[in-house]
Design a protein around this ligand. Structure first.
Ligand SMILES: Cc1cc2nc3c(=O)[nH]c(=O)nc-3n(C[C@H](O)[C@H](O)[C@H](O)COP(=O)(O)OP(=O)(O)OC[C@H]3O[C@@H](n4cnc5c(N)ncnc54)[C@H](O)[C@@H]3O)c2cc1C
Length: 399
């Protein structure tokens, strides 16, 4: 039985590893559009942007290990261009590849920013090549404006401040990250940015990119001000990479084009999908990894009993680690600890999220050990009162 995995990044990698670990002895082919072996994306907006980083990607495995340990046929620089579900054939431009089971892990791509296509000096941050562009601009102390105060925009801002460079972040919403962490934690994040010297423009849209001779020169804001820029980083979110599936019969969600699957990640006959390519994507590392493994196990007829379904992400800003477990989609947010002040601003922040009588989420800033204590309670939708009492006792503050 031939298993083909398309998309050679985190979800695709975990898919091929899980298939072998589960005892699949048939052929496995991993197809990826990038020329690079699968590499880890989170460091690209963190350590990779540091002045003293070695400029190399963090690859998960080398070529020899794919060949000798996993016996996986890795085909890089090859993009899937179409899919024939009935014929069980993946189209790769002029070529094609037959499969018995297919896992789609083509991830997501930066949402196109209006006017950016025609201009030099506008970057997103998704790939190693993007990270190189931003790092070069930081090395050359260029004027950088970031559009979007989400996780990636915020990490780029932190990287600039770490080098003591001025940086402006423009965000249309009134607070950063409200959808993923809620307003209370968003406020703590805004205070942290400002304390670290970021020029944070909240509630401010972008009217247009200014340019001269095809090169960006600035960002015109909704309040009429123009921010001069040598590089604009458009960190305004991603869309699933599914254009190649148009007309294939795989159901794509009408709003974002993400793949629609059933609970077992099955997208169509013989086809499973995982990671950021899904309509229900969480856009975090842990989900992409565990879904990749789960999709492959379903694809080879195994039961993925170890599927971890508590959402989790982290983000590193300055020397602080933000961690979120579960969901911020809640009836109430209880700030257990508002975080320290002064040089330690925001450090120690802890909030819990309630839906009905249950705890459904937790967010912390620089409390890696404390937050993990809530994992089980969130997985089991534990009692809210008990979770709050436990949190108050643990962090030593009355709420
Ligand atoms: C800069 C950055 C920082 C991040 N930091 C964090 C963090 O701190 N914490 C956290 O939890 N998460 C973080 N994430 C999110 C996490 O890295 C992603 O959720 C994860 O990479 C998704 O994995 P994926 O395999 O589903 O998709 P992707 O990583 O997007 O990979 C998809 C792969 O498929 C390839 N592909 C696309 N189309 C085709 C095609 N037609 N044919 C063949 N190949 C194709 C792409 O080239 C790509 O290599 C970060 C992401 C980025 C970009």
């Amino acid at each position: 039985m031939r298993l083909v995995v398309v998309g050679a990044s985190l979800a695709g990698l975990r898919a091929v590893e899980a298939a072998r670990r589960a005892g699949h002895t048939g052929e496995i082919v991993l197809v990826g559009a990038e020329e690079h072996l699968p590499y880890d994306r989170p460091p690209l907006s963190k350590a990779y942007l540091d002045a003293d980083s070695d400029g190399e990607a963090t690859v998960f495995r080398d070529e020899a290990s794919f060949r000798d340990e996993l016996d996986v046929d890795v085909r890089l620089g090859v993009a899937a261009t179409g899919l024939d579900i009935e014929g069980r054939t993946l189209h790769l431009g002029e070529d094609s590849l037959d499969y018995d089971a297919l896992v789609i892990a083509t991830g997501a791509s930066p949402r196109p920013f209006p006017g950016a296509d025609e201009l030099v000096g506008v970057a997103a941050l998704r790939s190693l090549d993007d990270a190189r562009t931003i790092r070069t601009a930081l090395d050359q102390q260029q004027r950088i404006v970031v559009i979007g105060a989400g996780l990636i925009g915020s990490e780029v801002a932190a990287a600039a401040r770490k080098r003591d460079l001025p940086i402006t972040v423009v965000e249309a919403a009134d607070l950063p990250l409200t959808r993923s962490i809620g307003p209370d934690a968003g406020l703590a994040c805004a205070e942290l940015h400002r304390a670290m010297g970021v020029d944070l423009r909240l509630g401010t849209g972008v009217d247009a990119l200014e340019s001269e001779d095809g090169r960006v020169t600035g960002v015109r804001l909704s309040d009429g001000q123009v921010l001069p820029a040598d590089l604009v980083v458009a960190a305004t979110g991603v869309l699933p990479s599914t254009a190649w599936l148009a007309g294939s019969g795989v159901t794509l969600h009408e709003r974002d084009g993400g793949i629609v699957t059933d609970a077992a990640l099955k997208a169509a006959d013989g086809v499973w999908a995982a990671g950021d390519v899904l309509h229900t994507r969480l856009e975090n590392w842990t989900a992409a990894a565990s879904q990749g493994a789960a999709a492959a196990k379903h694809a080879i007829g195994e039961d993925p009993t170890d599927w971890d379904d508590v959402a989790f992400f982290w983000s590193d800003w300055y020397d602080r680690r933000i961690q979120m477990l579960g969901t911020a989609d809640a009836d109430e947010v209880r700030v257990i600890h508002p975080g320290d002040t002064g040089d330690d601003v925001a450090r120690g922040f802890l909030a819990l999220y309630r839906r009905g009588d249950h705890v459904v989420g937790a967010l912390s800033i620089d409390r890696p050990r404390d937050i993990m204590k809530f994992r089980r309670r969130i997985a089991d939708a534990g009692a809210w009162d008990e979770a709050v009492a436990f949190a108050v006792e643990r962090v030593g503050l009355a709420s």
